[in-house]
Every structure is written in C-alpha cells, then in structure tokens.
Design a protein around this ligand. Structure first.
Ligand code: AHR
Length: 514
C-alpha cells in the first residue's frame, strides 16, 4: 500500500511538470569556445510571392510610407531585429535571374515571367541598386547570389565588376550613370543555388568543375573582395560538402547547405501550419536533430578535407515549410507562423551555436511573407510573427563567445512515435560581457524546472524574457491582438540554488547576474 502511494505521488509530480533538481544545467563560463557569428541570424529575401514586392518594396510613389520605395515600417522592424545580412535575389529565382534586367531607369526595365514562383510578371523594379539601398538602410551586409543555372561566367564576372569596380571601365561608368558613384560593398557572392535541383540538376563533380571554372574570373579590388560561396547539398546529404571541399581549393570561402523542416518529414503532404495535434508538434521540433546530425557529419568531412579551416559551412536556407495556405497561390509559399515556428527557430539557433566553429552564417527562409517569415503584411498593415520574437530574444548571442554547457537528467519528451530531449540549452558571453543562456522547453503540456549553475556554483539571479502562449499554434494575426509576445522573466537563487521554471512550450533567454 505504501509503495502504491509513493508511486501515485511520483506520477503526480511527473504529471505536474518535469521536476526541479532532476534537470541540471552547468555552464562553463571560464572555457570560452568559438564566436557565434552574428550572421547566424541572417535573412533570405527572394523574388517570390509578396516577399519583396508588396511585403517590402512598394515603390517611391506608393501612399504607404517608404524611403525610396522600401516600406518604412518593415525596415524599422527589421532594424530592431539587427538583421546582420540579407541574401538576394534567390533561391530558384536567382537561377534564372539576369542582373542587367534590373539596372537603369525602372520604367525601361524588361518585364519577365517569374517562371519558378507562380508564373507572375516580374517587372524588375527591384534590382541591384534597390537591393543595396535596402541593405544600407538596414545596416546589413549584402549576400548576392549569381545565376549559374541560365547565366554565363561572363555574366557573373561582370555583375561583380559592375558592383565593385573603381576605374573608368565602361561597365563602372554605367553604374555611375545609374546613380552610384561609390562601389557597392558586396560581402558575399555565391555561384549558383541548389545546383543539385532547380539550379541545374547537376552532379556534385560537374558543379565542382564549373565552380572552379567560373570562380577563376571573379575579380574585384582587393579591399572589396567578397567571400565566395559554393552551392552545397541538401537535408542530410553531405556528398556535396565532401566533393566540393576535396575538389575546389581556390576562390572558395564557404559551402552553402540547405535543409527545410516539414511536420510529415516529406515534400509531398508536408502538413499544416496550424490546427495540428501534439504529435505533429513533436514530429516537427524533433527534426532539428537532423540539422545537428548533418552539421556533425559535415564537421568530420571538413576537418579531414580542410584541416586549416579555410572553408566555412553556411546554412543559407532553413526553416519550416507547410502545405500552401488554402486560397493562396501555391507558388507564393504563404504560411501561417505560430509558436511552434518560434520554438523551431530557437532550436535551430541552439544547434548552430554548438557548431559555431564551422557554421558562420545561416539564412532563414524567408524574411517577409514567405515560408517562416519574420513579418507578415497586408496592404499598409504588418504583424510581427512568433519567429520574429524568437530572433529578437536571441540578439544577445550575435557575436557572443560560445560557452560549453552540460545538461544532466534531461527527460525524453515523447508523443506517439516522436521523441526528443525536453530541454535544449545554449550559452554564450555576449559582447556586453554578460553570460547569456537560451533555453527551450519543447514539452507542449508540461513546465520544466531546472537548476542552473555557473561552474560549481549557482548564480545569484537571472533576468530576461520568455516567449510562450496558451496554444501550440498561437499566432499573431493582422488586425487582432497578438497572442505570442515576449514577457519579462526572472529568478533568484535561494539556499544556494537557482531554479528556473520554464513554462510548457516556451523559449527563455536570460542574462546571468552574479
Ligand atoms: O525558399 C524557397 C526555395 O526553396 C528557394 O528558392 C530554393 O532555393 C529552395 O528550394
């Protein structure tokens, strides 16, 4: 009888939450690791649906307040997010983009069809000069993706010359005539996108040869040389990383990998963005393990093929991808954004931080109105998504020094056949000198309590913010009160112990005090 009573009490405790003292997190603040590059918080903006046109670019004549055509409200929200860089113009769009279509007087630019995304007219109103105006307004770095699908090495070389040239070559004079005397600062330049798919259905060996060929002709003044990026593999496939890091030894600074996450784990029948059961909450979040796995496998390959660590790994497309929103153009990739997406983002950040030595950039897909967006717009209105708030909470980690963490007794969270660790943790010393800890409790129904230690001791207190909501698919909708907004979070040590109570389905980011 006594035994049964004890079992009942234990069940109640577990039922009430994942209990204190069970989970212990130890941060080693005295063992600094690699820097968490701010570009891990990079963005991706493609000519796709209303991602650029309407969502960000409304044109200088629009009644929507804008600076030279870029929406003031959207730019202000993105500046608050401290967006470090923007990748443009695609994606698959880049694989068919001819940069000369996007320069000169806007009313004289050719109208084309965006064959990849929805078959809609593309009037080329946003081109090179407009893109650089956007990144300069944001104070962000520029990542330009050149066309290797239908372009030529000459076209890719001349685009770079047009942007960075300084002398009196005709192509540089053309840039001046188009309104830009000073060269643009191109921080990153990629040759091709998804060359295994929409970028040309190539084999890695063939692409490696093409890359070596094309990259030979990329010339810039030495002080304005971008980092050159090769298009890499997808999802769990590390073949491209292996072949490229073995076969390309010059003019390569990074390999760009992509991996999207669908609740079903499959391209066909991806699953819904909202109105899903708890099993799909876990199926979605637990897939972040594949990101960790592919990064761990890539590290082994790169450490072997590039022991001097000259080649970084960029994760330049990632995020959630759901079935098209009913009633929307399926080619516009419109989807709702919920609390689940915010947790998915934070889990990605924690994984990227743990591979900071090689992973020096990531670009969420995409910035506005497309896939896992930061901002959704409709006419002159905008709403900040739960994912936006996850990015904002993690700002202190931009350029922080990563710190080792140990998580003990982390229970498994399991629903149906899907399972994952309950708590995910990251830590870093921010540029402000403080130790920051980012925590995710993935359990959708139960809070988690954990004891936090800095080395052998409990800190005095922590202070920061928490992001959670009552429903798994809580979202922020235009014209309605937002359901997912950060609120203050703090905890104090008692009796030499600092216990953090993470609400169910939450992200907590705190600075450690004392
Ligand atoms: O982000 C949407 C698309 O996903 C990109 O255009 C492409 O590179 C990827 O397949």
């Amino acid at each position: 009888m006594k035994k049964q009573l004890l079992a009942l009490v234990a069940t109640l405790v577990v039922g009430a939450g994942v209990h204190a003292a069970d989970i212990k997190v130890v941060v080693s603040a005295d063992q600094p690791g690699p820097v968490i590059h701010r570009n891990i918080y990079g963005q991706f903006a493609e000519h796709l649906g209303t991602g650029i046109y309407e969502g960000m670019w409304v044109g200088p004549e629009s009644k929507i307040p804008n600076v030279r055509g870029w929406r003031k409200d959207v730019v202000a929200a993105l500046k608050d997010l401290k967006v470090p860089l923007v990748r443009w113009p695609g994606g698959c769009f880049a694989d068919e983009y001819h940069w000369r279509d996007g320069i000169g007087p806007r009313n004289k630019r050719p109208v084309k069809v965006n064959t990849h995304w929805g078959g809609v007219p593309e009037n080329n109103a946003v081109g090179t000069h407009e893109f650089f105006d956007l990144v300069e307004q944001l104070g962000a770095e520029a990542y330009v993706n050149a066309n290797m699908g239908t372009g030529t090495p000459q076209e890719a070389a001349e685009w770079l010359e047009y942007m960075t040239g300084e002398g009196n070559a005709t192509i540089v004079e053309q840039r001046r005539k188009n309104g830009r005397d000073k060269p643009f600062r191109v921080h990153y330049y990629a040759l091709g996108n998804e060359t295994w798919g929409c970028g040309g259905n190539m084999r890695p060996e063939y692409y490696a040869d093409l890359y070596r060929h094309w990259a030979t002709f990329l010339k810039t003044p030495a002080h304005n040389r971008p980092k050159f990026i090769a298009s890499g593999g997808n999802d769990k496939d590390t073949t491209w990383t292996d072949v490229l890091s073995k076969q390309v030894k010059h003019n390569i600074d990074a390999i760009a990998h992509h991996a999207y996450t669908f609740p079903s784990g499959k391209w066909e029948g991806k699953g819904s963005a909202a109105g899903f059961p708890e099993s799909e909450w876990v199926s979605m979040l637990s897939q972040v393990k594949k990101i960790d796995d592919v990064l761990a496998a890539s590290k082994v390959i790169l450490d072997k093929n590039d022991p001097q660590k000259k080649i970084a790994l960029y994760f330049d497309e990632w995020g959630s991808w759901y079935d098209p929103e009913p009633g929307s153009n399926p080619g516009f990739l419109v989807q709702r954004n919920t609390l689940r997406d915010a947790l998915l983002a934070a889990l990605h950040f924690n994984v990227f931080h743990s591979h900071a030595e090689r992973v020096q950039m990531s670009n969420v897909a995409q910035m506005v109105n497309v896939l896992q967006a930061m901002i959704l717009t409709s006419k002159d209105k905008l709403v900040l998504t739960p994912t936006y708030h996850a990015f904002k909470l993690y700002i202190p980690f931009q350029d922080a020094t990563s710190l080792p963490i140990k998580v003990e007794n982390n229970p498994t969270y399991k629903v149906d056949k899907f399972e994952m660790p309950t708590v995910s943790v990251t830590a870093g010393r921010g540029k402000d000198g403080k130790v920051w800890v980012g925590l995710v409790n993935s359990n959708a129904t139960k809070p988690a309590e954990l004891d936090l230690q800095l080395g052998a001791n409990a800190p005095k207190a922590v202070k920061g913010q928490v992001l959670t909501a009552s429903a798994m698919d809580a979202q922020n909708e235009l014209g309605k009160a937002p359901q997912v907004v950060p609120t203050a979070f703090e905890a104090q040590a008692t009796n030499g112990k600092l216990t953090l109570k993470l609400p169910a389905k939450s992200i907590v980011v705190v600075a450690v005090e004392g």
